[in-house]
Design a protein around this ligand. Sequence first.
Ligand SMILES: [Cu+2]
Length: 330
Amino acid sequence: MAIRVLPSQIIEMLASRRHRLRHFLWHAVRSAWNNPQLTDEVKAFIRDKGWGPPNDRVPLDAKRKLILDNHSGEDFLYMHRQMIKEVSELLDQLEEQSLTFWRSIPKPGGHPDFALPPAWSYDDPSESAATNAAMTARLQRVKSDAYFRDTIVTWEAFYTNPANLAQLSLGALGNLLEMTIHNNLHMRWASVPIGYMPSPNFDDTRDIDPKWDATSYDYLGDTNSSHVNPIFWYLHGWVDSRIDRWAAANRVSEIACIGTWTGKLEEGWTHGAPEALTASVRREAMGGHAHGHAGHEQDGEDIREMEAIVRKLGSCKVIRNFYDVLRDPK
Ligand SMILES: [Cu+2]
Protein backbone atom coordinates (compact mmCIF):
# COMPACT_ATOMS: atom_id res chain seq x y z
CA MET A 1 0.00 0.00 0.00
CA ALA A 2 1.35 3.36 -0.99
CA ILE A 3 0.60 6.59 0.79
CA ARG A 4 -2.82 7.93 -0.11
CA VAL A 5 -2.67 10.81 -2.55
CA LEU A 6 -6.00 12.59 -2.82
CA PRO A 7 -7.68 13.14 -6.20
CA SER A 8 -6.58 16.31 -7.96
CA GLN A 9 -9.97 18.06 -7.54
CA ILE A 10 -9.71 17.68 -3.78
CA ILE A 11 -6.07 18.76 -3.68
CA GLU A 12 -6.96 21.84 -5.70
CA MET A 13 -9.77 22.65 -3.33
CA LEU A 14 -7.51 22.26 -0.29
CA ALA A 15 -4.74 24.29 -1.94
CA SER A 16 -7.05 27.14 -2.95
CA ARG A 17 -6.30 30.42 -1.29
CA ARG A 18 -9.73 30.43 0.31
CA HIS A 19 -9.29 27.06 1.98
CA ARG A 20 -5.70 27.80 2.99
CA LEU A 21 -6.68 31.09 4.59
CA ARG A 22 -9.57 29.52 6.46
CA HIS A 23 -7.36 26.89 8.06
CA PHE A 24 -4.57 29.38 8.68
CA LEU A 25 -6.80 32.02 10.25
CA TRP A 26 -8.74 29.58 12.36
CA HIS A 27 -5.49 28.53 14.03
CA ALA A 28 -3.88 31.98 14.00
CA VAL A 29 -6.83 33.84 15.56
CA ARG A 30 -7.14 31.26 18.35
CA SER A 31 -3.46 31.35 19.08
CA ALA A 32 -3.21 35.15 19.04
CA TRP A 33 -6.45 36.09 20.78
CA ASN A 34 -5.15 36.57 24.34
CA ASN A 35 -1.68 37.67 23.30
CA PRO A 36 -1.08 41.08 24.94
CA GLN A 37 0.56 42.26 21.69
CA LEU A 38 -2.74 41.92 19.87
CA THR A 39 -4.25 45.38 20.07
CA ASP A 40 -7.89 46.08 20.89
CA GLU A 41 -8.20 47.80 17.55
CA VAL A 42 -7.13 44.66 15.69
CA LYS A 43 -9.37 42.47 17.84
CA ALA A 44 -12.31 44.73 16.99
CA PHE A 45 -11.39 44.52 13.31
CA ILE A 46 -11.33 40.71 13.46
CA ARG A 47 -14.66 40.60 15.28
CA ASP A 48 -16.16 43.01 12.80
CA LYS A 49 -15.13 40.71 9.93
CA GLY A 50 -16.88 37.78 11.60
CA TRP A 51 -13.73 35.99 12.70
CA GLY A 52 -13.86 36.53 16.47
CA PRO A 53 -13.95 33.27 18.46
CA PRO A 54 -17.37 32.94 20.18
CA ASN A 55 -17.20 34.07 23.84
CA ASP A 56 -13.46 34.68 23.38
CA ARG A 57 -13.11 30.90 23.68
CA VAL A 58 -9.48 30.10 22.84
CA PRO A 59 -6.92 27.61 24.17
CA LEU A 60 -4.25 29.93 25.61
CA ASP A 61 -4.35 32.69 28.21
CA ALA A 62 -2.32 35.91 28.13
CA LYS A 63 0.71 34.07 29.49
CA ARG A 64 0.30 31.33 26.87
CA LYS A 65 -0.82 28.84 29.50
CA LEU A 66 -3.31 26.22 28.32
CA ILE A 67 -6.91 26.80 29.40
CA LEU A 68 -8.47 23.41 30.02
CA ASP A 69 -11.98 24.30 31.19
CA ASN A 70 -13.45 26.58 28.52
CA HIS A 71 -14.38 24.03 25.79
CA SER A 72 -11.93 25.49 23.26
CA GLY A 73 -10.37 22.04 22.89
CA GLU A 74 -13.75 20.92 21.58
CA ASP A 75 -13.43 23.53 18.84
CA PHE A 76 -10.11 21.97 17.85
CA LEU A 77 -11.56 18.46 17.64
CA TYR A 78 -14.81 19.60 16.04
CA MET A 79 -13.25 21.80 13.36
CA HIS A 80 -10.84 19.11 12.22
CA ARG A 81 -13.61 16.50 12.29
CA GLN A 82 -15.52 18.80 9.91
CA MET A 83 -12.50 18.96 7.59
CA ILE A 84 -12.29 15.16 7.59
CA LYS A 85 -16.03 14.94 6.90
CA GLU A 86 -15.78 17.38 4.07
CA VAL A 87 -12.98 15.46 2.32
CA SER A 88 -14.74 12.15 3.00
CA GLU A 89 -17.94 13.40 1.38
CA LEU A 90 -16.04 14.59 -1.67
CA LEU A 91 -14.29 11.22 -1.96
CA ASP A 92 -17.69 9.53 -1.83
CA GLN A 93 -19.01 11.85 -4.47
CA LEU A 94 -16.06 10.98 -6.72
CA GLU A 95 -16.54 7.28 -5.89
CA GLU A 96 -13.01 7.12 -4.57
CA GLN A 97 -11.65 5.05 -1.72
CA SER A 98 -12.15 6.66 1.69
CA LEU A 99 -9.46 8.26 3.83
CA THR A 100 -7.17 5.97 5.79
CA PHE A 101 -5.88 6.95 9.20
CA TRP A 102 -3.00 6.03 11.44
CA ARG A 103 -4.31 3.50 13.93
CA SER A 104 -1.10 4.07 15.84
CA ILE A 105 1.77 6.50 15.28
CA PRO A 106 4.25 4.94 12.79
CA LYS A 107 7.40 3.60 14.43
CA PRO A 108 10.90 4.56 13.30
CA GLY A 109 11.98 2.11 10.63
CA GLY A 110 8.39 0.94 10.28
CA HIS A 111 6.27 1.26 7.16
CA PRO A 112 8.33 2.85 4.35
CA ASP A 113 5.40 5.08 3.34
CA PHE A 114 5.83 6.93 6.60
CA ALA A 115 9.61 7.17 6.63
CA LEU A 116 10.61 10.50 8.17
CA PRO A 117 11.85 13.31 5.94
CA PRO A 118 15.28 14.39 7.23
CA ALA A 119 15.82 17.38 9.51
CA TRP A 120 17.26 20.61 8.11
CA SER A 121 19.29 23.47 9.52
CA TYR A 122 17.81 26.86 10.34
CA ASP A 123 19.72 29.81 8.98
CA ASP A 124 17.27 32.66 9.32
CA PRO A 125 19.12 36.00 9.09
CA SER A 126 16.42 37.72 11.18
CA GLU A 127 17.20 35.41 14.12
CA SER A 128 20.34 35.20 16.22
CA ALA A 129 22.85 32.42 15.59
CA ALA A 130 21.91 30.96 18.99
CA THR A 131 18.19 30.84 18.08
CA ASN A 132 18.95 29.21 14.74
CA ALA A 133 21.14 26.62 16.45
CA ALA A 134 18.51 25.92 19.12
CA MET A 135 15.76 25.47 16.53
CA THR A 136 17.95 23.15 14.48
CA ALA A 137 18.73 21.06 17.57
CA ARG A 138 15.04 20.85 18.55
CA LEU A 139 14.02 19.81 15.06
CA GLN A 140 16.63 17.03 15.13
CA ARG A 141 15.32 15.92 18.49
CA VAL A 142 11.65 15.83 17.35
CA LYS A 143 12.72 13.69 14.40
CA SER A 144 14.91 11.32 16.41
CA ASP A 145 14.16 7.68 17.25
CA ALA A 146 14.69 8.56 20.91
CA TYR A 147 11.91 11.15 20.71
CA PHE A 148 9.54 8.49 19.45
CA ARG A 149 10.56 6.04 22.17
CA ASP A 150 10.65 8.50 25.08
CA THR A 151 7.95 11.03 24.25
CA ILE A 152 5.56 9.98 21.49
CA VAL A 153 5.02 6.49 22.87
CA THR A 154 4.25 7.97 26.29
CA TRP A 155 1.79 10.52 24.91
CA GLU A 156 0.14 7.99 22.64
CA ALA A 157 -0.38 5.56 25.52
CA PHE A 158 -1.71 8.35 27.73
CA TYR A 159 -4.26 9.54 25.17
CA THR A 160 -5.36 5.98 24.43
CA ASN A 161 -5.82 4.68 27.97
CA PRO A 162 -9.54 4.77 28.93
CA ALA A 163 -8.67 5.43 32.59
CA ASN A 164 -6.99 8.72 31.59
CA LEU A 165 -9.67 9.67 29.08
CA ALA A 166 -12.34 9.18 31.76
CA GLN A 167 -10.63 11.85 33.87
CA LEU A 168 -10.58 14.52 31.18
CA SER A 169 -13.34 16.67 29.74
CA LEU A 170 -13.48 16.58 25.94
CA GLY A 171 -12.27 20.18 25.85
CA ALA A 172 -9.29 19.44 28.07
CA LEU A 173 -8.43 16.44 25.91
CA GLY A 174 -8.62 18.53 22.72
CA ASN A 175 -6.34 21.28 24.00
CA LEU A 176 -3.83 18.83 25.45
CA LEU A 177 -3.74 16.80 22.25
CA GLU A 178 -3.27 19.87 20.09
CA MET A 179 -0.44 21.38 22.08
CA THR A 180 1.49 18.19 22.84
CA ILE A 181 1.53 15.28 20.43
CA HIS A 182 -0.29 16.94 17.50
CA ASN A 183 1.99 19.96 17.04
CA ASN A 184 5.09 17.83 17.36
CA LEU A 185 3.84 15.19 14.92
CA HIS A 186 3.39 17.98 12.39
CA MET A 187 7.08 18.86 12.73
CA ARG A 188 8.25 15.25 12.94
CA TRP A 189 6.79 14.51 9.50
CA ALA A 190 7.58 17.90 7.96
CA SER A 191 9.94 18.17 4.99
CA VAL A 192 12.28 21.10 4.49
CA PRO A 193 10.00 23.98 3.46
CA ILE A 194 10.48 26.22 0.49
CA GLY A 195 9.71 28.95 3.01
CA TYR A 196 6.43 29.69 4.62
CA MET A 197 3.67 32.22 4.28
CA PRO A 198 3.17 34.57 5.92
CA SER A 199 6.10 35.04 8.21
CA PRO A 200 5.50 36.36 11.72
CA ASN A 201 6.97 39.61 10.46
CA PHE A 202 4.73 39.82 7.44
CA ASP A 203 4.70 43.45 6.46
CA ASP A 204 1.53 45.36 6.30
CA THR A 205 1.33 46.27 2.66
CA ARG A 206 2.59 43.29 0.69
CA ASP A 207 0.12 41.03 -1.11
CA ILE A 208 0.32 37.31 -0.54
CA ASP A 209 2.44 35.89 -3.34
CA PRO A 210 0.48 33.40 -5.53
CA LYS A 211 3.39 30.97 -5.20
CA TRP A 212 1.97 30.02 -1.79
CA ASP A 213 -1.16 28.72 -3.53
CA ALA A 214 0.70 26.10 -5.60
CA THR A 215 -0.40 22.54 -4.80
CA SER A 216 3.29 21.73 -4.25
CA TYR A 217 3.29 24.01 -1.20
CA ASP A 218 2.24 21.43 1.37
CA TYR A 219 4.62 22.12 4.26
CA LEU A 220 3.32 20.38 7.39
CA GLY A 221 4.80 23.04 9.67
CA ASP A 222 2.47 25.82 8.48
CA THR A 223 -1.31 25.91 8.96
CA ASN A 224 -1.54 27.61 5.58
CA SER A 225 -0.26 24.48 3.83
CA SER A 226 -0.35 21.48 6.19
CA HIS A 227 -3.77 20.23 5.08
CA VAL A 228 -2.56 19.99 1.46
CA ASN A 229 -0.07 17.34 2.62
CA PRO A 230 -1.28 13.70 2.53
CA ILE A 231 0.25 12.99 5.98
CA PHE A 232 -2.13 15.56 7.50
CA TRP A 233 -5.08 13.23 6.98
CA TYR A 234 -3.37 10.20 8.52
CA LEU A 235 -2.28 12.27 11.49
CA HIS A 236 -5.62 13.97 12.01
CA GLY A 237 -7.40 10.66 11.65
CA TRP A 238 -5.40 9.46 14.65
CA VAL A 239 -6.31 12.63 16.58
CA ASP A 240 -9.96 12.34 15.55
CA SER A 241 -10.28 8.77 16.76
CA ARG A 242 -9.39 9.99 20.30
CA ILE A 243 -12.87 11.56 20.32
CA ASP A 244 -14.54 8.17 20.01
CA ARG A 245 -12.19 6.62 22.57
CA TRP A 246 -13.03 9.47 24.93
CA ALA A 247 -16.77 8.90 24.36
CA ALA A 248 -16.41 5.17 25.03
CA ALA A 249 -14.33 5.73 28.17
CA ASN A 250 -16.93 8.20 29.47
CA ARG A 251 -19.96 6.17 28.32
CA VAL A 252 -21.17 9.09 26.25
CA SER A 253 -23.32 7.90 23.35
CA GLU A 254 -23.98 11.25 21.75
CA ILE A 255 -21.33 13.93 21.97
CA ALA A 256 -22.78 17.38 22.56
CA CYS A 257 -20.02 19.89 21.86
CA ILE A 258 -20.15 23.45 23.12
CA GLY A 259 -17.06 24.24 21.07
CA THR A 260 -18.18 24.10 17.46
CA TRP A 261 -16.38 27.11 16.06
CA THR A 262 -15.08 26.62 12.52
CA GLY A 263 -14.31 30.24 11.68
CA LYS A 264 -16.57 32.62 9.78
CA LEU A 265 -19.23 30.56 8.06
CA GLU A 266 -19.91 30.92 4.37
CA GLU A 267 -23.06 32.76 3.33
CA GLY A 268 -26.22 30.86 4.03
CA TRP A 269 -24.67 28.04 6.07
CA THR A 270 -25.04 27.22 9.72
CA HIS A 271 -22.48 25.31 11.67
CA GLY A 272 -22.60 21.55 11.62
CA ALA A 273 -22.44 21.21 7.85
CA PRO A 274 -18.94 20.71 6.49
CA GLU A 275 -19.96 22.84 3.51
CA ALA A 276 -20.04 25.81 5.84
CA LEU A 277 -16.28 25.79 5.65
CA THR A 278 -15.81 25.95 1.93
CA ALA A 279 -19.06 25.77 0.02
CA SER A 280 -17.87 28.00 -2.78
CA VAL A 281 -14.47 26.33 -3.21
CA ARG A 282 -16.15 22.97 -3.26
CA ARG A 283 -18.55 24.10 -5.96
CA GLU A 284 -15.68 25.22 -8.11
CA ALA A 285 -13.55 22.16 -7.51
CA MET A 286 -16.37 19.71 -8.12
CA GLY A 287 -18.25 21.63 -10.78
CA GLY A 288 -16.07 20.47 -13.64
CA HIS A 289 -13.87 23.56 -13.74
CA ALA A 290 -11.07 21.89 -11.90
CA HIS A 291 -8.41 23.29 -14.21
CA GLY A 292 -7.08 26.71 -14.90
CA HIS A 293 -9.38 28.69 -12.69
CA ALA A 294 -6.83 29.76 -10.11
CA GLY A 295 -7.31 33.38 -11.10
CA HIS A 296 -11.01 33.71 -10.62
CA GLU A 297 -11.02 31.57 -7.52
CA GLN A 298 -8.87 34.19 -5.87
CA ASP A 299 -11.51 36.85 -6.32
CA GLY A 300 -14.04 37.27 -3.63
CA GLU A 301 -14.81 39.52 -0.78
CA ASP A 302 -14.24 36.80 1.82
CA ILE A 303 -10.69 36.21 0.57
CA ARG A 304 -9.86 39.91 0.64
CA GLU A 305 -11.17 40.11 4.20
CA MET A 306 -9.19 37.09 5.35
CA GLU A 307 -6.05 38.56 3.79
CA ALA A 308 -6.70 41.81 5.61
CA ILE A 309 -6.93 39.93 8.92
CA VAL A 310 -3.66 38.11 8.20
CA ARG A 311 -1.96 41.47 7.66
CA LYS A 312 -3.37 42.89 10.87
CA LEU A 313 -2.21 39.86 12.85
CA GLY A 314 1.18 40.09 11.17
CA SER A 315 1.49 43.77 12.05
CA CYS A 316 1.05 42.87 15.74
CA LYS A 317 3.58 40.06 15.29
CA VAL A 318 1.30 37.54 16.95
CA ILE A 319 1.31 34.82 14.29
CA ARG A 320 2.53 31.51 15.65
CA ASN A 321 2.70 28.28 13.74
CA PHE A 322 3.53 24.61 14.23
CA TYR A 323 7.23 25.26 13.75
CA ASP A 324 7.10 27.50 16.81
CA VAL A 325 7.29 24.35 18.94
CA LEU A 326 10.98 24.63 18.04
CA ARG A 327 11.36 28.13 19.49
CA ASP A 328 12.15 29.15 23.02
CA PRO A 329 8.96 29.50 24.99
CA LYS A 330 8.09 33.21 25.12
CU1 LIG B 1 -5.55 22.44 11.75
